[in-house]
Design a protein around this ligand. Sequence first.
Ligand SMILES: *Cc1c(COP(=O)(O)O)cnc(C)c1O
Length: 372
Amino acid sequence: MKIETIAIHAGNTTDEGSRAVIHPIVTSTTFERASDGTYPGGYQYSRSGNPNRTLLENVLAKLEGGADAATFSSGNAAGMAVFQSLAPGSHIIAPDDMYHGLRNQLKNLFADILTFDFIDINNTEVLKNHIKPTTKLIWVETPSNPLLKVTDIRKVVEIAHPQNITVVCDNTFATPICQQPLSFGVDMVMHSSTKYFGGHSDLMGGVLITKEKTSQWQKIRQIQEMGGAIPSPMDCYLLVRSIKTLPYRVRGHVNNATLLANYLNTHPKVERVLYPGLPSHPQHEIAKGQMSSFGGMLSFCVIGGEAEARRIINKLQLFTQATSLGGVESLIEHRASVEGPDTKTPLNLLRVSVGLEHIDDLIADLEQAFND
Ligand SMILES: *Cc1c(COP(=O)(O)O)cnc(C)c1O
């Protein structure tokens, strides 16, 4: 089946009892045993399993073409489950512009347990040189946050797999509508479902999707169940509901982002635009080889430094100055100040989550801010 059909049907079943077409939200924490002590409904206690979570995991696994999915209470909880599944002393290679929340997690919570290097993962020689006998995981994030760098997924897999190194791809920016990393050999995909899956900036969630049910995957399932960083039935329901429109929303985000990137790219007050869909993007050819479309996120650097960047965002009326992404409303932020002192993000960079407003209104708002 095609992705639009999967998005609508794979996360829903008609309720057996009531024949309700949309599956009800099951808030019960506990499930009744039969007289022989078994659990005929298939559920026992809601931390280990809940019908709404099962439906959500079903649709997410199918959207990415995976064998199974495990959902969490946030994207960071999903990432943490991957790190916790590694044996103590394992070595991780991650990109130097890895999502700052996960980079900080490794540095602050795992420094005594795991070892890691943050490198320019796009440089094949650098990547090969950092592999050690203890390397168990290569983390990929493409397009990256906030520089929109694109990593050649196939190339990383080609280097990792002969050495039995797991490759995990944070696919939050691309969504399975634009890019399906499992089809290029990646072992696991991670998402912050707070972003495009939720799509309305009103819930938090995370997910891991696996290509195969390996022993590491069994460990991740245990971390989900025993660690307990699970999403609520209500959040699972909201995600299933939002995912039904994901393909259409993402198409709208991509259309607007493409038009906005073209507008900014020729603007005299803009130094450069970072969008994988632009032919001027340094990894545009790699992006074309692994993405079917180029996502709804872009960054741009303004002429005039940090002061001018801050002046412009303060003049905008339609774009909301806030962090996060993937919602229907356009957001803009001065990224370096969010990421803290060790950031590599240029001080004149503004990151945009392009929403689903009419593109003419978005451009008009930017135009008045530039010209003010
Ligand atoms: C937001 C985000 C995360 C973390 O997800 P949370 O839901 O905020 O915990 C991880 N990776 C990327 C690329 C993100 O944008």
